[in-house]
Design a protein around this ligand. Structure first.
Ligand SMILES: Cc1cc2nc3c(=O)[nH]c(=O)nc-3n(C[C@H](O)[C@H](O)[C@H](O)COP(=O)(O)OP(=O)(O)OC[C@H]3O[C@@H](n4cnc5c(N)ncnc54)[C@H](O)[C@@H]3O)c2cc1C
Length: 232
């Protein structure tokens, strides 16, 4: 059965970085979904219906108000159009879609993202921390300090949960950055503490996802324990 189509009205937009914003939409009826799933968001652009996939960042408890973290691409089609709509404007949302979700809660949970790829991982790791007690790590790569999305929220989770480890990695660091530098792939092996007791979740664009998967396999993870959300 095809997922349901909803009419969604823009509630608010909050800028998270120079090119990423958090969009909140009110749906015309409730949607049940799992952390990690995505929707297809459609808009009419120059007489053509354009659809793109967006991961749901907000909690599954909020079934009528969905939040998305979206990078606005200068040369893109849908993301700039979305960035120009006003409060109360309507878009079409169909979903939920996807099988990228938490599994094997007894294992160490290693989440790996680049940029906006953190979008589906944030609700997944929050749900895990709220309901389970195993170790959770987020290896999160981004370019500049400004691109450290959800920094406050992630640091608050760090203070709240002793079983949570946050490993930010900056590829174009400022002089004041004292954390890890470069790309996440380099730090994958260091964060697999026991390959027989780890499940990994990767989200990002194709090249990053494939490189990280390779690094995880080299670190001893079995391919069945590597879950991937490949944005192409
Ligand atoms: C399952 C899934 C979930 C997704 N979730 C999100 C999400 O939560 N947030 C989000 O911002 N995007 C997400 N995406 C990507 C999103 O669907 C669109 O591809 C993206 O917003 C670009 O659409 P556009 O119409 O603006 O650009 P398009 O006109 O489709 O693309 C313009 C050009 O930009 C390239 N491009 C696409 N994405 C990026 C990028 N991130 N950085 C640099 N170049 C890019 C394309 O390859 C193309 O060359 C997801 C994709 C998938 C498959």
């Amino acid at each position: 059965m095809m997922p349901k189509i909803y009419s969604a009205s823009l509630k608010e937009v909050e800028k998270l970085s120079d090119d990423v914003s958090y969009f909140t939409f009110n749906l015309d009826s409730s949607m049940s979904f799992e952390p990690g799933q995505f929707v297809m968001l459609a808009m009419e652009i120059d007489g053509e219906k354009v659809k793109r996939a967006y991961s749901i960042v907000s909690s599954p408890e909020s079934t009528k108000e969905l939040g998305f973290c979206i990078k606005v691409l200068k040369d893109g089609k849908l993301s700039p159009a979305l960035n120009s709509i006003k409060k109360g404007d309507l878009v079409e949302i169909q979903g939920p879609y996807g099988k990228f979700s938490l599994s094997e809660p007894k294992l160490d949970q290693l989440f790996i993202a680049a940029g906006t790829g953190v979008a589906p991982l944030l609700p997944m790791l929050k749900s895990y921390l709220e309901n389970e007690s195993g170790n959770v790590s987020l290896l999160f790569g981004f370019r500049h300090e400004n691109d450290f999305l959800f920094r406050e929220e992630l640091e608050a989770l760090l203070s709240k949960y002793s079983n949570f480890t946050l490993i930010p990695v900056m590829s174009r660091p400022s002089e004041s950055w004292t954390g890890l530098k470069g790309h996440v792939t380099v730090y994958v092996a260091d964060n697999v503490h026991d390959s027989s007791r780890t499940i990994a979740y990767i989200c990002g664009r194709n090249e990053m996802v494939l490189d990280v998967r390779k690094a995880l396999i080299e670190a001893g993870l079995s391919p069945e324990r590597i879950k991937i959300d490949n944005w192409g």
